[in-house]
Design a protein around this ligand. Structure first.
Ligand code: SF4
Ligand code: SF4
Length: 292
């Protein structure tokens, strides 16, 4: 089976225990306004454009079969992303490396071949493979095949997820995933629609199920100034830790602005332009708030 892979990152030490490979699948069912991987929103391949690199040669406009590129007499380059079919012709000829197709269509076995290269690192460090996104469960059939292949290889498997999937999916995933890295972004009483693009997301039923199945969880908590750096939110994190003993640890993922530029590269507007990367002391103070 084929799926759309955004990236396979090797030698990761932040996505679960030991040394790991993290497979980022394209596609997401949320629209977090602070996302630093917005190129993973869409499941399909798409074009990325870096305006700083463009030299205005017009080569892309000449080859694009969809007429998606336009160059003004002042050499100002504009792209109509809606017209683009991600055929890749413009990226092939761009002399400035300003264009690239984001994502790659891969067979599950091709992904496995990449993962096998690091088997000895997984074994020596008690690491393994983590699936992430976007939201990896958006490509559910592909994800399940990848998980099954990893299970057969004896690789430890982790799933980094927002938890926005059905109980039926949870049951299937539990059979193939060793560790859940569960994102807690906003609780059900917070402004989910505004910041995540959905509402009614409640992790408690999933956590209860994972507890029943004795599945370990690492709770990952993105903290975004002005969005969820509130006493109410920290209280919810403490309560989740108290109520679910299968939560091995809770990690603060403090806001950083490294993904800001990516929004523009794919034709999206970034709403949190004024926000700056959170300082280390601020992050430490939040870490103290979720203890207890
Ligand atoms: S081909 Fe590359 S450098 Fe030339 S106009 Fe297009 S994006 Fe810019
Ligand atoms: S990827 Fe293809 S369709 Fe999209 S802008 Fe480039 S040439 Fe046009």
């Amino acid at each position: 089976m084929k799926g759309i892979v955004l990236n396979i990152q090797r030698f990761c030490t932040q996505d679960g225990p030991g040394i790991r490979s993290t497979v980022f699948l394209k596609g997401c069912n949320l629209r977090c306004q602070w996302c630093h991987n917005p190129e993973s929103f869409q499941s399909a391949l798409q074009l990325g454009y870096s305006a700083q690199k463009c030299v205005g040669c017009g080569g892309c406009a000449a080859v694009c079969p969809q007429g998606a590129h336009g160059i003004s007499p002042e050499k100002k380059h504009e792209i109509d992303f809606k017209k683009c079919t991600a055929c890749g012709k413009c990226a092939e000829i761009c002399p400035a490396d300003a264009l690239r197709v984001l994502g790659r269509s891969m067979e599950a076995e091709e992904v496995l071949a990449e993962l096998r290269k690091d088997r000895k690192f997984y074994e020596r460090s008690q690491g393994g493979v983590t699936f992430s996104g976007g939201e990896a469960t958006v490509q559910m059939a592909f994800l399940l095949e990848l998980l099954e292949l990893c299970n057969r290889e004896g690789f430890h498997t982790a799933l980094e997820t927002n938890g926005a999937f059905s109980p039926e999916r949870a049951a299937i995933l539990c059979q193939r995933v060793d560790l859940f890295l569960l994102d807690f972004k906003l609780g059900p009483v917070e402004a989910q629609k505004k910041w995540l693009g959905v509402s009614g997301l409640d992790l408690r039923p999933l956590l209860e199920y994972l507890l029943q199945k004795d599945k370990p969880v690492i709770l990952r908590c993105p903290i975004i100034p002005g969005v969820n750096d509130t006493e109410e939110h920290f209280r919810q994190i403490r309560e989740l830790r108290r109520d679910f003993p299968n939560i091995q640890q809770a990690e603060i993922m403090a806001y950083h602005d490294t993904g800001k530029g990516k929004w523009k590269e794919i034709g999206l507007e970034y709403q949190l332009e004024e926000l700056k990367t959170v300082s280390a002391p601020q992050k430490e103070s939040w870490e103290r708030q979720i203890q207890g």
